[in-house]
Design a protein around this ligand. Sequence first.
Ligand code: NDP
Length: 257
Amino acid sequence: MAKRLEGKTIVITGASSGIGKSTALEFARTSPKNLKLIVTARRIDALNQLAAEIKAEVGDGVKVHPVKLDVSNPEEIKKFVPSLPEEFKEIDVLVNNAGLVKGVAHAGDIATEDMNVMFNTNVTGLIHMTQAVLQIFKKRPEGGRGDIINIGSIAGRDPYPGGGIYCATKAAVRSFTESMRKELIATRIRIIEIDPGQVETEFSVVRFYGDKSKADAVYKGVEPLTGEDIAEVVVFAAGRRENVVIADTLVFPNHQA
Ligand code: NDP
């Protein structure tokens, strides 16, 4: 698998923590000789720290380029590809991972601000990032080449009370992904969706506006997955032979209903 990833340029959104950070580390560990990683998120300090961590662990074979990027801001996404250093411009893989959940509220009580931030990040942000890299992919022979790996959620398949907006954003990711896969069927562009169940990250802390005790209560009765568990699946999907598409995968902790 390492051979297939060699020389690739990979973009990961939301790489400052959780699944995104683990995914960057997993790519670096799997293909430590010749890889370029563009790690993006709003917290640039965390990205710089991740770059240092990767360098300390695998050395200079993996080049890491941290970019401060808010995916909910279309203007920032417009500038993203043009402002990359020349050696990072030929993107091969986009991992659309940035996402969040804000609040738990029944339909009548959903705060407009929370609704907007979830849609603008999880849906519109993912679509704009996809459009930015598709321009690069489609210039390649045979209708195009490259991988788009979208991180959806079980919430997009099985909505839960109080999570109407978050679930709707992930259902939108699912529809968009499926539609795009059909549109690009005649090309060598692979469209991949990976849907995690419960994963212990900062995700729940963000959901409860920083209240860690409420966040911890979410995992009661289930031993949640780690970011590494999902990262391994992402890297596995990207490392398949070109004709193999791990199109649609649900990854659960044992005991999650
Ligand atoms: P984390 O909160 O640890 O990570 C979320 C990442 O998204 C952070 O790096 C954050 O970086 C980034 N992010 C949030 N908003 C923006 C934005 N506007 N622009 C750019 N980056 C942003 O949670 P997870 O790792 O768990 O979440 C990753 C993905 O996995 C999400 O899409 C989530 O919906 C999905 N998921 C998570 C599950 C779980 O149980 N944890 C279950 C199913 C799916 P920063 O704040 O620095 O911008």
